[in-house]
Design a protein around this ligand. Sequence first.
Ligand code: ADP
Length: 152
Amino acid sequence: MPDKKIALFPGSFDPFTKGHQDIVRRALKLFDEVVVAIGYNSAKSRYFEVEYMVERIKSAFSPEESVSVIVYNELTADLAKKTDALFLIRGLRNTTDFEYENSISQVNRYLNDKLETVFLITSPDYAHISSTIIREVHKYDGDISPFIPYEL
Ligand code: ADP
């Protein structure tokens, strides 16, 4: 049993947004450490390169904040065992997120019964932010700086 309460925050983060940063900061009030884990499968293409996004996410937090960033390519439930994380953080924006997250959390419980999924409801200021929309805006040369917590 680890002494520290470690929470894993898994996602594609393509790109990491102010909504994601808000979830991490709020999770830090509940847990000792948050590990942002970028799920990466080299067979699937990304818009922002994964190593670039690791650096950008790190730059969005101060050294005092207990946040680390890793890349993984395996079951999230297995990654949690390896990182001693007993908690999985997911953000919920709306009922669509809920339907999807509900099924994933049931599967994760089956795969690792020591892992508890904790859902944080998005703050109203960030509820409209999605990585998909940000990618579209960026693709057509729109300014995405209001939606991301770092310089590109
Ligand atoms: P995935 O591909 O696993 O859904 P994302 O990078 O899109 O990965 O999202 C990671 C997590 O962050 C998910 O739990 C998602 O619901 C949540 N999330 C996404 N956008 C926001 C937002 N604007 N506010 C709060 N949570 C969010």
